[in-house]
Design a protein around this ligand. Structure first.
Ligand SMILES: [Zn+2]
Length: 69
């Protein structure tokens, strides 16, 4: 190869599993959940389902407050 191109493989974070802080729609409790949870997660305060596993990316049922690094 005459010219070698740089690979920017580190710059873009992989859009894989992350932790997000979600707010419970029922009691406003904020809780950290996994975006690729393979098991359902419920609110620790009131038991409302916050994360529903779908096989791939989990479905977030609560309100996403922010993503965590
Ligand atoms: Zn709750």
């Amino acid at each position: 190869m005459p010219r070698k191109r740089k690979l920017y493989k580190i710059l873009t974070p992989e859009p894989r599993s992350r932790f997000v802080k979600v707010r419970c729609p029922s009691c406003q409790n904020e809780q950290i959940v996994f975006t690729h949870a393979t098991y359902p997660a419920s609110c620790l305060m009131c038991g409302t389902r916050l994360v529903e596993p779908t096989g791939g990316k989990a479905k977030i049922l609560g309100e996403i407050v922010r993503f965590l690094d």
